[in-house]
Design a protein around this ligand. Sequence first.
Ligand code: NAP
Ligand code: GDD
Length: 326
Amino acid sequence: MTKRALITGITGQDGSHLAELLLENGYKVYGLVRRTSTVNFGRIAHIQDQVELVPGDMTDQTSLQEALQVAQPDEVYNLAAQSFVGTSWTQPTLTGNVTALGVTRLLDAVRHVKPDARFYQAGSSEMFGKVREVPQCETTPFYPRSPYGVAKVYGHWITVNYRESYGLFACNGILFNHEGPRRGIEFVTRKITHTAARIKLGLADKLYLGNPDSKRDWGYAGDYVRAMWLMLQQDHPDDYVICTGSTHSVREFVEITFELAGLDIGQHVVFNDPRYTRPAEVDLLVGDYSKAARVLGWHPVVDFRGLVGLMMEEELRALQDNRRDW
Ligand code: NAP
Ligand code: GDD
């Protein structure tokens, strides 16, 4: 029988990769899309005729219930969020409404409309924030450092709570940073590759960045959506850390990008620009994915250098083809 899935956040980076994976696996895919004044289906344009888009918003309970009624999903992937950490300081209550309370709205809609649906919550390594141990795993205590991180901690615990209170098959993925050519332009990796490609083609001259010393465990989005799917195929619901296990600084990301592009960092890059530094920083993230490897059989495929390379390649191709974005 054909499985049915509902993805919130289908127009985002992960939503588009996950929709591709589920279509390849024979699923009927539904995607929740919110009303915007201009259409923003760039990342799903190539599969738009294969997915059913249903209107709804994470701040609107009725629309979430309606989406579940329409989709009657076997699996629900909650990827929708105000996902940019920087914006969470300037829009803290919106971030709380969408990224935290939105999870409760969706869980409650699942509980009433399709309680046998399996549920995935997009948790984040930002929940570890000021890290209590290195590397971070499923039992590491949370210490979020941004309104976004705080909202994700709420999303995590309400998912655990609905699993324990109502017996929902609900899983938390605690995903470390994952990137790729479809990454939003405001995130540091995409900002670096996009600007470097523009500099290379003579369309820009400078790259302005904030803190170059913060370290992240960066993986490839295409690898990480596979882990989301695997979590919902198990006999029991559980929570899993998904990462690569190695960490690199923002500066190292710049160095490899500029090396690949044949550009001089000293000539083009300005670090510590106050416009891009944060009120509180997460200095070091590096995860331990041994539980996911053991239980799910999951391993990342693309390594750090491979990730920078594939982003840079696609960036140059898109600019040369005069494509604006995914
Ligand atoms: P993204 O590219 O920013 O996509 C976010 C998605 O959420 C978009 O489709 C967006 O719709 C949708 N959305 C935002 N507000 C909404 C609302 N009020 N109602 C309905 N939809 C709304 O994020 P991503 O990188 O794919 O990440 C997916 C999820 O994983 C997010 O929850 C993020 O917080 C989490 N996460 C990401 C990473 C990472 O490194 N990428 C790591 C850990 C956790 P529009 O297109 O209309 O804006
Ligand atoms: N965005 C940005 N822009 N970040 C910069 C810049 C800059 O110009 N310069 C330095 N950074 C530093 C940030 O201060 C941060 O320490 C690091 O680069 C990564 O920033 P982002 O790429 O914006 O990602 P993030 O780690 O804050 O959040 C992402 O990963 C989380 C998982 O840990 C997002 O995808 C979150 O949604 C996700 O949960």
